[in-house]
Design a protein around this ligand. Structure first.
Ligand code: 3HC
Length: 311
């Protein structure tokens, strides 16, 4: 049974109003937003690692400059999202401590390795493609700061996806060895990209409440379906084949029927048993510890400046 405040809040949501940080909100709304926005931010920061691994190995100066720009964008996306989470009364340090303690998640996709340059193409094409599918609806999420962060982030995501697809075009239409690398990258990144949308709707613990609060605009399966329907023609254009022999067009539903990912693999990765979970966390903890002196110096400087202004 809803309290008067909760009913008034739900009526605001139903009217499509944006909720701002100083507005009254149910504890559950605040809690699930800190969870989702914090984990979204962690995904952006950890997501820099697979691509960062190839900045010094890019095949041309132009590809190096493009990849550098993309990875820098991801850092910025993380900072926008940590700022949005901080408006809910949690500090960035707390969120990062929870991540390092294994108490907060980041997107499962970043626990897969990028083994060669074709993987960088597949990541831009598929991973950023999936991220766009998920983030475009999130521009309409009911929490103001999250919605505004999404609007800014989505402006940069199309470049991320295009540059990845451009790499795939170059390789798919290159030498036979390059085409094989592109096909191998698609084979390894296809199912992990489908997992990015979350478990199937029947296994999604947060969807019902997140949809009621208009935090989530579409269900996990709806967005996964849209991603498949959009990506299959792109693979055909590249002359590459989707690694799913059950993939067929279903005229009745106006979309493709496709094989689900291996959900036991998904839940293993979430438990920390993916190919790169250990390596990713070690890299993030090291970066956090190695950077402590810079943060302490900046805070000391800021405190001195503030004290001088007071004096
Ligand atoms: N990786 C890791 N954890 C995942 C996951 C994934 N791909 N999919 C679901 N989960 C987790 C959920 O976080 C939840 O665990 P929790 O309670 O500990 O948080 C559990 O699995 C159950 O899933 P639900 O579907 O019930 O959870 P949600 O309603 O939160 O839906 C979501 C999951 C669709 C990922 C949603 O949280 C969301 O839209 N998040 C914001 C977008 C986001 O984070 N996208 C991944 C981004 S990658 C990225 O943006 C970088 C890009 O620039 C490449």
């Amino acid at each position: 049974e809803m309290s008067p405040e909760e009913r008034a809040f739900q009526e605001r949501i139903d009217r499509g109003e944006k909720i701002e940080p100083t507005d009254w909100m149910p504890d559950g709304y605040r809690k699930t937003l800190i969870r989702q926005i914090g984990q979204h931010a962690h995904s952006e920061i950890v997501g820099q690692l697979p691509e960062g691994n190839w900045i010094t190995r890019a095949p041309t100066l132009e590809r190096k400059a493009i990849l550098l720009a993309k990875v820098q964008d991801e850092a910025g996306h993380g900072l926008y999202l940590y700022c949005a989470a901080e408006t809910l009364g949690v500090s960035r340090d707390e969120l990062i401590e929870l991540l390092h303690a294994g108490k907060m998640k980041y997107s499962s996709i970043f626990n897969y390795p990028t083994l060669n340059w074709a993987d960088i193409g597949a990541v831009g094409w598929l991973v950023d493609g999936a991220a766009i599918m998920n983030q475009v609806p999130l521009q309409r999420t009911s929490f103001g700061p999250y919605s505004r962060a999404m609007i800014r982030i989505c402006k940069e995501e199309s470049f991320h996806q295009r540059q990845g697809f451009d790499i795939m075009m170059k390789m798919a239409k290159g030498t036979e060895a390059q085409r094989r690398m592109a096909q191998d990258a698609l084979n390894r990144f296809w199912y992990p990209s489908l997992m990015m949308f979350g478990p199937s709707d029947k296994d999604s613990v947060h969807s019902a409440q997140s949809m009621a609060w208009k935090i989530k605009i579409n269900t996990n399966d709806e967005l996964r379906q849209k991603f498949v329907d959009q990506t299959v023609p792109q693979a055909e254009y590249l002359g590459l084949s989707i690694p799913d022999e059950h993939l067929t067009w279903n005229e009745d539903k106006g979309g493709f029927d496709f094989s689900e990912p291996d959900w036991s693999e998904f839940f293993e990765v979430l438990k920390g048993n993916g190919p790169c979970n250990r390596e990713r966390m070690d890299a993030r903890v090291k970066a956090w510890e190695d950077g402590a002196w810079v943060r302490d110096g900046l805070m000391a400087h800021a405190d001195k400046r503030a004290a001088a202004r007071q004096a």
